[in-house]
Design a binder for this molecule. Structure first.
Ligand SMILES: O=P(O)(O)OC[C@H]1O[C@H](O)[C@H](O)[C@@H](O)[C@@H]1O
Length: 422
């Protein structure tokens, strides 16, 4: 949902751009009504808090983008554990709260139970009619939205051709984020994603960022035999990026938090149903730097080989330069960003350690083999536009890997089986 109005993009022979923009315009209008205080709740008060409920793709994408841009508070909850609901409504008044239920199918057990819990919270305080003013939905299943009691006029559609884990650029992300940041900011996010779509579509392979990254991943996984990948953003604002990308690749045996990459490419058979003679998908994990350096980097430096994605930002969202310090706080962070790939690549030899008078018994322990692969991505800043670009780069990279492995990156039967057992 990131294309200009005059673009033509067909799904099943039909240009879908006009209906996409119909929804975007509706989101724009609705979010402006709520943000300006013209949309009032059941008791006539303006709504000032938003709670979004969803899980998987209907949760992680909006959470990642919100965390990256964070200048206010949208509460986004997922877990069926009642603690999640309780913590997210602490301090909120139903009279001034809008609940956005986000579910592609509108059948997902966790989301529906959380939605019923919040419906009860609203109706207990304001009566059953309050649902019309305090609950809206994002879904492909408008029949079930209505059955749940949400006015279909307050539903924001998307379509089956939007995969759940790729849905943050649809109403799934656009509605909650527009309510918080305003539609014009979210439009910049969509623009960033769209620019990368065009780059991916038209740039020759040797200069095509998602293609090159996808090839490197396949090389690392399938040829060098390194099944994991660490996603290491050197900015706290991207703390939810790795959890979101994990979704896009997950092998079956990973918990549902780890899923764009792991849900998409964690497959055992080819797109034609033939068992793969190799293992597809990669195990993604990550933490913002420098936190990760003090937990799992030891393994990356001297234990298993784990290809790393380092992501840095030139201009911090929070410039701080303390009097008396040699460098700004952000430069301190970035020194780490530049140092880690070098340490992985060059390592440290026994000869170097000897020349530094390291005692003989410590030399094996302090030797680093080096030659450990990493890539570094440097963003000019972390605004809505760049966040959209980053997201799209990773989404297309997942697709590139899936194409090369010959798998279907857009189904998730493993997750479906788990749902049946529940
Ligand atoms: O949006 P929903 O229909 O509620 O589905 C939520 C999630 O359900 C499953 O976990 C799927 O594997 C995810 O891809 C999806 O995002």
């Amino acid at each position: 949902m990131a294309e200009d109005k005059d673009k033509v993009i067909c799904s099943d022979g039909k240009n879908v751009v006009p209906e996409v923009w119909k929804v975007l315009d509706k989101i724009k209008e609705f979010s402006e009504l709520v943000r300006s205080g013209s949309w009032v709740g059941a008791t006539g008060k303006a709504l000032k808090d938003v709670v979004a409920v969803g899980i998987g793709g209907s949760f992680l994408g909006p959470l990642f983008v919100h965390t990256a841009l964070q200048t206010g508070k949208v509460r986004i909850l997922a877990n069926v554990d009642p603690i999640d609901v309780a913590r997210n409504i602490v301090g909120l008044d139903p009279e001034t709260t809008l609940v956005v239920v986000v579910s592609k199918t509108f059948t997902t057990a966790e989301t529906m139970l959380n939605a019923r819990t919040l419906r009860e919270w609203i109706t207990a305080a304001l009566g059953p009619k309050a649902v019309a003013k305090h609950m809206v939905a994002v879904s492909t299943n408008l029949m079930l939205v209505e059955k749940f009691g949400i006015d279909p006029n307050n539903a924001f559609a998307f379509w089956d051709w939007v995969g759940g884990r790729y849905s943050v650029c649809s109403a799934v992300g656009v509605l909650p984020l527009s309510l918080q940041y305003g539609f014009s900011v979210v439009e910049k996010f969509l623009k960033g994603a769209s620019i990368i779509d065009q780059h991916f579509y038209s740039t020759p392979f040797e200069k095509n960022i998602p293609v090159l990254l996808g090839l490197l991943s396949v090389w690392n996984v399938s040829f060098l035999g390194y099944p994991a990948r660490a996603i290491l953003p050197y900015t706290q604002a991207l703390e939810k990026f790795a959890p979101h990308i994990q979704q896009a690749s997950m092998p079956l045996y990973f918990p549902s938090r780890l899923r764009v990459s792991m849900e998409s490419n964690g497959k055992g058979v080819s797109i034609d149903g033939v068992r793969l003679p190799f293992e597809a998908g990669e195990i993604d994990f990550g933490e913002p730097g420098t936190n990760g350096q003090h937990s799992f980097y030891q393994l990356i430096h001297q234990g298993r080989v784990i290809p790393c994605d380092f992501i840095g930002v030139v201009k911090s969202q929070q410039p701080v330069y303390l009097k008396g310090e040699v460098v700004s706080n952000h430069d301190e962070l970035m020194s780490n960003f530049f140092a880690q790939p070098d340490a992985l690549a060059y390592g440290k030899t026994a000869e170097q350690l000897l020349s530094e008078n390291v005692s003989q018994n410590l030399i094996p322990h302090k030797t680093f083999t080096g030659n450990r692969p990493s890539i570094s991505l440097l963003l000019p800043s972390l605004n809505a536009y760049n966040v959209g670009q980053l997201l799209a780069i990773y989404e297309h990279r997942v697709a590139v890997e899936g194409f090369i492995w010959g798998i279907n990156s857009f189904d998730q039967w493993g997750v479906e089986l788990g749902k049946v057992y529940v």
